[in-house]
Design a protein around this ligand. Sequence first.
Ligand SMILES: C=CC1=C(C)c2cc3[nH]c(cc4nc(cc5[nH]c(cc1n2)c(C)c5CCC(=O)O)C(CCC(=O)O)=C4C)c(C)c3C=C
Ligand SMILES: [Fe+2]
Ligand SMILES: [Fe+2]
Length: 325
Amino acid sequence: MNKKQGLLLVNLGTPSAVTPMAIRCYLTEFLLDRHVVDLPAFIWHPILKYLVLPKRVPYIINHYQKIWIEGESPLLHYSKRLINQLQPALPDMQCELAMTYGEPNLLSALNNLTSCEKITLLPLFPQYSTTTTQAVLAKVKQLIADNNIKINLSYIRDYADHPSYIDALYWQVQQAFSTQGQPDVLLLSYHGIPQRYIDKRQDDYVQRCQLTTKLLANKCHANGIDLPIIMAYQSKFGKGKWVEPNTSDILAKLAKTGTEHVQVICPGFTADCIETIYEIDEQNREIFLNAGGKQFYYIPALNDTPLQVKLIKNIVEKPPFLKKF
Ligand SMILES: C=CC1=C(C)c2cc3[nH]c(cc4nc(cc5[nH]c(cc1n2)c(C)c5CCC(=O)O)C(CCC(=O)O)=C4C)c(C)c3C=C
Ligand SMILES: [Fe+2]
Ligand SMILES: [Fe+2]
């Protein structure tokens, strides 16, 4: 039986294998998207091909190798598990997963949903950014036009301040504190973006991250968690100024000024991936401990937990900013 309603979850994308070719393919598609890198093509294309990829692919492949789970990238692994948990929780909806770049393919997911009367598109980026959410929206629009797909599609711009999202983060923090003890500082680390996108595109990403931080901090403080809750931006890529402060700088500074125990949560990542498992839990852990810190704990992403399933169910049932395509 065809379901009347459809739900399309879209995450970023990840290499399909830990081979130089697969990683090169993934990075090429991702980094050629003008929502991600906006440099003029005649400058950026040769830089990417002759400078960035020959350096980045051999560097990043070792890190992907270490984090690979059951034959696939963690981002894909957790996103697939999430959709499998979500489908029985939303029995009247047909749930599909796609990636902006690579597989599962966005066009196939759209085609699978054409028999639904109403479809909700939820980009899995809690904080809107032109580099992620807008990239999904533009690609979906293009695919619909190019393939003459007839669907009734609405989208959720983001859910940075959705009460169920703040609740889910709060419970994740609570759980960490009850198993690891309360740290001296809780650091919220969000993926960074180039500063010029904030200025040129009126991207409100930073405001959306600040709002999540404020609401989560209020919730923690209202529930008797009395410690500094701060935020920073990670994963700087390439030259040029990115939004600040930088996560690694903050962790080094905290350790040098006497903070012994830090816990880090990455609220912008719906699924654990190279940027959390390697960059935060390995690279930034080392930075903190080498600078004199004593205890570091990375609080996992919501992944396929019941908290995440409930969160998405609530968002879909009470959507914020539902917009027509
Ligand atoms: C100019 C480059 C980049 C921008 C802008 C950017 C924004 C951005 N990215 C995410 C989420 C993820 N990024 C991931 C990996 C990743 N990101 C970049 C570059 C930019 N990201 C690169 C080159 C990579 C690949 C890994 C690497 O070489 O370091 C991932 C993980 C993918 C995986 O396979 O695990 C996620 C998720 C957000 C939310 C964001 C802006 C808000
Ligand atoms: Fe990224
Ligand atoms: Fe990175």
